[in-house]
Design a protein around this ligand. Structure first.
Ligand code: NAD
Length: 292
């Protein structure tokens, strides 16, 4: 069934996701602060809007994909935001990675207006968004999840309802903990191997076939081999996510000793000017610590 979708936030992730919804036969109206991003969606067969109000007014489903909590609050709760202009009954799906608390706050504000919400953050990176193979972790009501499922299926291959409002964000926080720690230790292995004079490509090929193999190794080894750090997923965003997971873990009394150290290393990468690089640039921090 073709749905009328408003898509707000057409960045590295949102743009290919909106295009995939167009390809799946939906009527997609895109809005972003960048006109060029809107033009890409229009060129793919979608429609452009001049404002959030313009995008969401007639929508059956609204999807948002913006950087962080302040952007979600502005886009959803702002004077000219989504909740001010959607029709009651609309399903609003935030796919950004933010704190579970903000997801719950937005859900409550929406419910007061008769608007339904899901938090549906994703994993899989830009490549996963382009290829429509994202992993999508969804919090909210089961009936709303069932309604949105065909849309999620146009964006990803692993789509799971994980609990009530905010639960999607909690699972995403755990995802970001696992990914950051993996990238950090991969970077440490790379510097170790290079310092020891081993052929790095050969080493990573054989490591990838054993228990050390992982999606992180497969997806990030080219970045590390070629020192190619165009994002991808920016260190600034991963810094935001490490803040989310350390705060959320403290709130529930869970210890994250290794995660806390890696959060510091992500912060250090940022402090050293690497915030706009891909998170595989954690390698540069290990190089600095190794005196390179
Ligand atoms: P991005 O910075 O490339 O894109 C965000 C977009 O939101 C930008 O185009 C920006 O102009 C737009 N935006 C911000 N405020 C807006 C507003 N008020 N109205 C309209 N548009 C607005 O970021 P991204 O990499 O696409 O990430 C988006 C979200 O997805 C983040 O929460 C991130 O943590 C998460 N995420 C990213 C990746 C990745 O690999 N890049 C993977 C999984 C999840």
């Amino acid at each position: 069934m073709s749905r009328k979708i408003a898509f707000v936030g057409l960045g590295i992730m949102g743009k290919p996701m909106a295009v995939n919804l167009v390809k799946a036969g939906h009527h997609v109206t895109g809005f972003d602060l960048s006109r060029a991003s809107i033009d890409t969606v229009v060129a793919a067969g979608g429609h452009g809007a001049a404002s959030i109000a313009d995008a969401v007014r007639d929508a059956e489903v609204v999807i948002t994909m913006v950087p962080a909590d302040p952007h979600v609050e502005a886009v959803m709760l702002g004077e000219d935001g989504v909740l001010a202009h959607v029709r009651p009954g609309t399903l609003v799906v935030d796919m950004s990675s933010i704190t579970p608390q903000t997801s719950v706050k937005v859900a409550k504000a929406a419910a007061e207006k008769g608007v339904r919400t899901l938090d549906a953050p994703v994993s899989g990176g830009e490549a996963g968004a382009i290829e429509a193979v994202l992993s999508i972790m969804v919090g909210g009501e089961a009936a709303d999840f069932a309604e949105a499922k065909p849309l999620f299926d146009a964006l990803g291959t692993t789509v799971v309802h994980v609990g009530p409002s905010g639960a999607g964000q909690t699972v995403k926080a755990a995802n970001q903990l696992i990914v950051a720690v993996n990238i950090q230790v991969l970077a440490e292995a790379v510097v170790f191997l290079e310092n020891a004079g081993v052929d790095l490509k050969a080493a990573l090929d054989v490591l990838g076939g054993g228990l050390a193999g992982s999606t992180v190794l497969e997806r990030k080894k080219a970045n590390m081999l070629n020192r190619e750090f165009a994002p991808g997923f920016r260190i600034d965003l991963h810094h935001k996510d490490m803040g989310i997971v350390t705060d959320a873990a403290r709130a529930v009394g869970a210890a994250l000793p290794v995660g806390a150290v890696v959060a510091q290393l992500v912060a250090s990468a940022r402090a050293n000017g690497d915030g706009s690089l891909d998170h595989s640039a954690l390698l540069r921090g290990v190089e600095r610590l190794s005196g390179r």
